[in-house]
Design a protein around this ligand. Structure first.
Ligand code: PLP
Length: 224
């Protein structure tokens, strides 16, 4: 096994163990390998290792990689980075899932895109965090707007654990937001939470989509 395959296997193993601890079926958890800054060749290697979901956070970089790997047609590109409304349409051309929908202007830009887009509402779990996300008070309204928009479906909610705080209570807050979103759309059951350092806590709080970078890819290059 290559080092990359070993890391993929080790992460899968940890996910299964955490799922069992949480009394959950590991098959209900989607692992997205976050490949930002890495070349398209690494995405190909991950594909060989069985990965079918990859995450990117910058439009230009992601678009170039998706174009290079267009032949891998059962690979799903997830966009996880902050999104400006003027770039949203371009992102929807290659990304089937967008995890960072946090404002009306992005929803309006995505509505009626050339192909259907699955959307997560990104939730800000702390006030002093500038990594994107809508205030909790706005999440239901944004979810309703997605549901009412042509070509968009509501997957659920997404968050990044706040810096310098215990992740688990933050993920518990996200889970309660998820409960409210389900009242708007019973199909919107997904919770995108958990990165390399905190995915076990996220699984314990119901995460269905993990966004894992370095634990799978190894250290990120300094520039893409
Ligand atoms: C980079 C990134 C990740 C992955 O982070 P790691 O700590 O490398 O696992 C997950 N989510 C978002 C939004 C990211 O930007």
């Amino acid at each position: 096994m290559s080092e990359l395959e070993e890391r993929v296997a080790a992460v899968r193993e940890s996910i299964s163990r955490a799922a069992v601890r949480a009394g959950r079926d590991p098959l209900g958890i989607t692992t997205i390998a976050v490949t930002k800054f890495h070349p398209a060749a690494l995405v190909s290697q991950l594909y060989e290792a069985g990965i079918r979901d990859v995450g990117e956070n910058r439009q230009q970089e992601a678009e170039a990689k998706a174009a290079e790997l267009v032949g891998l047609d059962d690979l799903t590109w997830h966009f996880v980075g902050q999104l400006q409304s003027k770039k949203a349409r371009r992102v929807a051309r290659f990304a089937g899932v967008i995890h960072s929908v946090d404002r009306d202007s992005v929803i309006d830009a995505l509505a009626g895109a050339d192909r259907p887009v699955s959307c997560f509402v990104q939730v800000a779990l702390s006030d002093d965090d500038h990594r994107g996300g809508a205030p909790i008070a706005d999440v239901e309204r944004l979810a309703e707007r997605i549901v009412a928009s042509d070509g968009l479906s509501l997957a659920g909610v997404m968050a990044v654990a706040p810096l310098g705080a215990e992740p688990r209570p933050a993920f518990a807050r996200l889970r309660s937001v998820s409960d409210r979103i389900r009242a708007i759309d019973p199909l919107a059951t997904a919770i995108s939470a958990g990165m390399s350092d905190d995915f076990e806590d996220a699984i314990l709080e119901g995460a269905t989509h993990l966004r894992i970078g370095t634990a799978i890819t190894g250290k990120r290059p300094a520039t893409p």
